[in-house]
Design a protein around this ligand. Sequence first.
Ligand code: GDP
Ligand code: IMO
Ligand code: MG
Length: 418
Amino acid sequence: MVDVLLGLQWGDEGKGKIVDYLAPNYQIVARFQGGPNAGHTLYLDGKKVVLHTIPSGIFHKDIINLIGNGVVIDPVTLQKEISRVREAGGTVGENLLVSRKAHLIMPTHKILDAASEQAKGKKKIGSTLKGIGPAYMDKTGRNGLRVGDIESNDFIKKYNSLKEKHLKLLSIYDYEFDLSDLEKEWLESIENLKKLNFVDSEFYINQQINAGKKVLAEGAQGSMLDIEFGTYPFVTSSNTLTSGACQGLGIAPTKIGEVIGISKAYCTRVGGGPFPTELDNDEGQKLRDLGGEYGATTGRPRRCGWIDLPALRYAIMLNGVTQLVITKADILNEFKTLKACNTYLVNGKETNDFPYSINENVIEAKFDEIEGWNCHINHLSNEIPQKLGDYLKYLEENLKTPIKILSVGPNREELLEL
Ligand code: GDP
Ligand code: IMO
Ligand code: MG
């Protein structure tokens, strides 16, 4: 069986921490989409490690970590990440498998990403500039270079041919770049990538499932950044939903068991695009300061706001979420009053649903007020303060989904199973 764990907001919900916590219940942890735009943070004995491409089960002995076909891989980032995992005491060897069908991010993809963003000016997406959009464009455009191509004799020929195409594309932009160092580093890291275990991952994973092994599929980004249903065009270029796990691993929908959806107790977004519950004020800054809301990949300050229930209900519907994880409840300890958006006003009319456009000209968030618990909760036992319990009950009632885990700190053990 495959359980799927994914973010229900605009990313950074705490997926890495929860996957690391749940991993011992599984034999395989698999990433199914995205690439180094992701930044999944783990704390190991108080030491911080950020993973970008490697699944968050890597620090557990005896667990296989699979980078699935739906992922786009930058070999340079991956190589650096492997070094950091080893420095932090992790093992990378037989326990890391890479799908032959995963696509490669080339240096020119990164340059194209930057050139495209610059050309968009004020309308830019706020991409992480990791080459994600251009790499997925080549995938769907049927031009892409895959991990399996590295094993063929004409790999360099294929690389050069796609690079030439990119250089022609780049000539339409007024964008200066120097490819030589980037290309040298990339080609060297391809040699290192060859040392990893390439697999026909769709066969591998189905064989393992048939043998009774349990798989945890680890989402990247968040549901509201999904290419189909997110806040288009301010989205990423992959399928971040449960359905993406089927595509990105080669598993049938009938193999999916639990769908674990994660949300912060409030909400954040990094990059451009609409954010109905955003707090562009001192309260937002307080959330940013207390929550350390700065991007794990780019370091950019994250936009902060109150929890958005219409958006969460939409994400729960699209993913078929069976259980919720609420993270970063501890960040709300000092707020006397909490707010939660339960309805939107669309052109002045109330709706509980998620409309086609959530542009600020069209919709306004309406808030419920909830009393805060105003005490420290990082070392919760089974007793939770009543007001925190009331908040969780409010969320469960309005989201019609049970909360199974409450996370109250960045460390592995700082959570409560409810
Ligand atoms: P991901 O991309 O979903 O894995 O999330 P990120 O790692 O980008 O961002 C989540 C941040 O919140 C990281 O710095 C985590 O260490 C931290 N974090 C996760 N859960 C909690 C929690 O319950 N409380 C606090 N204070 N921090 C948390
Ligand atoms: P994790 O897995 C938060 C955002 C970017 C930008 C948009 C498109 O850590 O939750 P891209 O680089 O994909 O072209 O950027 O998506 N974005 C993320 N925001 N967390 C992430 O990943 C993100 N990955 C991409 O900021 O707005
Ligand atoms: Mg992140």
